[in-house]
Design a protein around this ligand. Sequence first.
Ligand code: PEP
Ligand code: MG
Length: 569
Amino acid sequence: MYLKGIATSSGIAIGKVYKLEQPTIVISEGSKDPEKELQVFEDALTKTISDIEQIKERASATLAPEELAIFDAHLMMAQDPEFKDQITGMIKDGSGADQATKTVSDMMISMFESMDDAYFKERAADIKDVSFRLLCNILGLTIPDLTTIDEEVVIVAEEMTPSDTAQLNKKYALGFVTEIGGKTSHAAIMAVALGLPAVVGCTGIMASCKHGDKIILDAKEGDVIVNPSDEQLKEYEEKRIRFLEEKAALQVLLDKPSITLDGHQVELVANIGSPKDMDNVIENGAEGVGLYRTEFLYMESTDDFPSEEDQFNAYKVVLERAEGKRIVVRTLDIGGDKKLPYFEFDPEMNPFLGYRAIRLCLDRKDIFKTQVRALLRASVYGKLAIMFPMIATIDEFRAAKDFVLETKEELKGEGIPVSDEIEIGMMVEIPASAVLADEFAKYADFFSIGTNDLIQYSMAADRMSEKVAYLYQPLNPSILRLIKMTIDGAHSQGRWCGMCGEMGGDPMAAPVLLGLGLDEFSMSATKILPTRKIITSLNKKEMEELAQKALKCHTESEVSELVKSVLKG
Ligand code: PEP
Ligand code: MG
């Protein structure tokens, strides 16, 4: 069966389906035999405790001790005598093991949820987790667990959250397909960073395959084939090998500068989400880091905001490993599709337009302060640039910058050294800041264009929705004009302008961006060499002419045609 999804990256995956599907709990009805049900319950509870112990054991290889504490909380819950007594009491009165467990856990969940104290509210989430596992064990249902995969598979899921993606073991995960999500959803971005083939927004995939089916996915074309014929298998196996050969051939560009045929040099730098990604940065010949998404540090922590010390250590490693190349660290950009297990966001109709990123940081200076102190302390270990996300107004930028400068004085007062060479810049990802870029450039040392959000907000099209994914049009002349305004704005004040949204590593966009004068292209490390190949084959002067033509086009497809003619030639 053939299905079409949204292409996110490159590469071909061929393998067995691992379906990431939470089982549906259906509670039985009517009274039951207490003796039998007590046995079912006892067995399920023992299994639940040993499951949690095993998960904790496996996680201890990758998680820090304080992050493992969550499993201790779960174990305590599962071994709580009060919890057990209430359930067994109900079973003795004729309830089924499933009915009793559900009733008692629901009662406890709502009791904890109604408490004011944040600590107790969080306990409700623990009870939900434990009782879900217990109910599955009572009913004989299996809970999929990405960390337990120990054979090569292609993951098929309704949706992959950034934390699901973070759990993937590259050794066994050949790629993934999701039912929902767009090209710039964070799951897709992380797949590219991991160098994994992924297809998102593949409507109907969950209903079209089962665990263990054979599957092919072509991440460049967005093609997915379930239970392919022998002929299709052969065709895609050949394609896969060709792709790997082309990838290997790019290695000659590893230490080469990114210079056009007529001698114009740009910077090709990488997007990272954690210090671990520095291996990839170095292996792929990146000239620095243009976006360090620090929110992953916050998302990996399970029970509290990462401490100043934890953050300092992470930033220090990244700066040291860069050996003097610039590292642009973006301050906390949480909210939208990025949530934290230990911080409750008030419900909003439109979280992507709500309380997030710099808005939250300027409101919660306590949270912001920890990060800024950690960054400033780390600044002496390399070449640091700090960048604020989601800046809409000059007031916001000035407030954030002043806060950094005040914190710097505070640290100096404490006798802690801080570099005097830190650049302070901003993301341009809200149309308002693109339009006013020439004025912003009087305050910011640099810009980095976040096209994922800039396009989402300019087109009023949710980046998570596959239904409106057709409006993700990086080459639409309207977007190109906003980009031009931003680059020209930066240059009018002698500032540099980069781009760290997915468009920065899009081969179709490279010729136009070069022509518009973009100074720095930041992308997944795996895209650096293919982009260097394109840049080194182009002529800047010619691309300036191309860009001028593109700006006058009416539609994205007209611009695409122009670009294709250049890339072919
Ligand atoms: C962007 O919006 O383009 C960007 C780089 O930030 P993020 O994808 O993390 O929102
Ligand atoms: Mg963004």
